[in-house]
Design a protein around this ligand. Structure first.
Ligand code: SAM
Length: 216
């Protein structure tokens, strides 16, 4: 995305509605209320989590995301922000990891390690709430110009997404297929898997979430 498009995207999403999956995830969290928002964008989910008394660690690759969120949450002392990628972020222990429309842009080569870090940072009983890009999404199409969004996309078949959660208890799994126009005004077919899943309370020490070996 160009800087102008990023600004437009963040302007359009700063006060967006909170997705029902995140509300549901929050209802399933017990103490301590510590959340990580991966690829936090303009901070819509951080705002929701902080106002529900979570300590929130938000990170994003884009400087604009972090500078906007720093200004937005400057008077809130339970929000911590860092300019970081999925791979370079130091994941604190957390009871909730939120990754809405962001893991789409984790480079495939980095995804297995990132996925293990996410599993590893969750307390037993902690919840992951996020979404994955399916092969029929416009962004996954051959010929799609990736410079329109963030440079790389990680695409998953449904079976691969389900396999990612073999060490979790899946609380919700939904497939979204819709056609419409993006916030930037371009036609788009969406194919997205949204998942809410809980790390078992009985998780064995050192037990890591495994990613499929043959990610696209
Ligand atoms: C579609 S936006 C979603 C933003 C936010 N989660 C929301 O739902 O409003 C994707 C976000 O992922 C961030 N992003 C892209 N690649 C990233 C990476 N490698 N590491 C961390 N964040 C990344 C982008 O800067 C952007 O803020």
């Amino acid at each position: 995305m160009s800087n102008a498009e990023i600004t437009k995207y963040f302007n359009a999403t700063e006060f967006r509605d909170i997705r029902d999956d995140l509300v549901f995830a929050v209802e399933n969290i017990s103490e301590p209320k510590i959340a990580i928002d991966c690829g936090c964008g303009a901070g819509a989910d951080i705002n929701y989590l902080a106002s529900n008394n979570f300590v929130v660690y938000g990170f994003d690759l884009e400087e604009e995301s972090i500078s906007r969120c720093k200004a937005r949450f400057k008077n809130i002392d339970n929000v911590f922000l860092s300019k970081s990628s999925f791979n370079s972020f130091s994941y604190p222990k957390a009871s909730l990891v939120a990754a809405d429309a962001s893991l789409f842009f984790c480079p495939s080569s980095e995804f297995p390690g990132v996925w293990e870090k996410i599993y590893g940072c969750l307390y037993p009983g902690g919840v992951f709430c996020g979404s994955f890009l399916g092969p029929e999404d416009t962004m996954a199409s051959p010929g799609y110009n990736p410079s329109v969004f963030w440079p790389e996309v990680a695409v998953f078949e449904e079976a691969e997404v389900r396999k990612l959660f073999e060490n979790y208890e899946t609380l919700r799994f939904n497939v979204h297929r819709t056609t419409g126009t993006t916030l930037l005004g371009t036609p788009h077919d969406w194919h997205i898997f949204s998942v809410v899943a809980q790390k078992p309370n009985t998780a064995v020490k050192g037990d890591a979430g495994k990613a499929p070996r043959d990610l696209p």
